[in-house]
Design a protein around this ligand. Structure first.
Ligand code: ADP
Ligand code: MG
Length: 237
């Protein structure tokens, strides 16, 4: 079972995993008032569908099939832009690399405070059935297709394993942060985040948590800028 980005981020927020402020909307009017209430000059207007690759996707009119807009995640810097992007997204078909050619009709939107991005990383927690343990994968090449990174530069992907019955220890978390070239408060911020993510993963019976991109912001803090969370089919949650 998959949930939307805004729902995954609400779990993150509750658990203390740093995310931007954001508002879930289903109408253009709500999107405009969300922009005003967030009080951030720059916001991201984000289509909510159960598939990734939204940023590079295209929106089409349901009836005419005409292209309405390129990009299902747009950065807006005025009320007018938010209004325009929200109208171009809601009620339209978003086709991405992951949706297949029929795409998905967008009826949910997330308006999120703009993040000042110093660097984009990739992070995922998953179950390694062969090793009978949990696996965390991180890469300095974020915001791009991880399959591509795995093919072209597998050395750029760093891995640590941990036993779910023991939880993630700070030493493993620290070694991953160091492998990603993080130091100082960025390193500590990631170690802290990894502890919280591994607790979420275990407590909520997740099958995957993927954060692409995980961002280092201008202040050096690590922020989950995208969030994909899937649950075990048999999870009680
Ligand atoms: P998808 O993976 O479906 O394309 P993302 O949430 O990863 O969607 O967004 C695509 C890109 O948009 C990100 O890699 C990031 O560069 C940018 N982005 C997303 N959210 C924000 C935000 N709140 N502020 C600034 N840029 C953002
Ligand atoms: Mg993404």
């Amino acid at each position: 079972m998959n949930i939307h980005e805004y729902q995954a981020k609400s779990i993150f927020r509750e658990s203390g995993v740093q995310v931007q402020e954001g508002v879930h909307c289903t109408t253009v009017e709500q999107a405009v008032s969300a922009y005003e209430s967030l009080g951030s000059d720059i916001v991201a207007v984000k289509s909510q569908i159960h598939a990734g690759g939204r940023g590079k996707g295209n929106l089409f009119n349901l009836d005419s099939g005409e292209l309405v807009m390129q990009g299902g995640v747009k950065v807006a810097s005025s009320k007018e832009e938010v209004e325009k992007f929200a109208s171009n997204i809601l009620g339209h078909r978003l086709v991405t690399k992951q949706t297949g050619p029929t795409g998905k009709v967008v009826s949910n939107l997330y308006i999120e405070s703009g993040c000042n991005i110093a660097h984009e990383y990739y992070l995922a927690l998953l179950v390694d059935r062969e090793e009978d343990s949990l696996l965390i994968m991180g890469s300095t090449e974020g915001g791009v297709d991880i399959e591509e990174v795995a093919e072209t530069s597998p050395d750029a992907i760093h891995k640590v394993w941990f036993d779910p019955s023991k939880g993630l220890d700070d030493r493993s978390a620290s070694s991953l942060a160091t492998s990603l070239g993080l130091s100082g408060n960025s390193h500590d911020s990631l170690v802290n985040m990894l502890g919280k993510l591994s607790s979420i993963f275990i407590d909520k019976d997740c099958s995957m948590i993927e954060i692409n991109p995980l961002v280092r912001n201008g202040e050096g803090a690590m922020v989950a800028l995208d969030a994909k969370v899937s649950f075990d089919e048999n999870a009680a949650f």
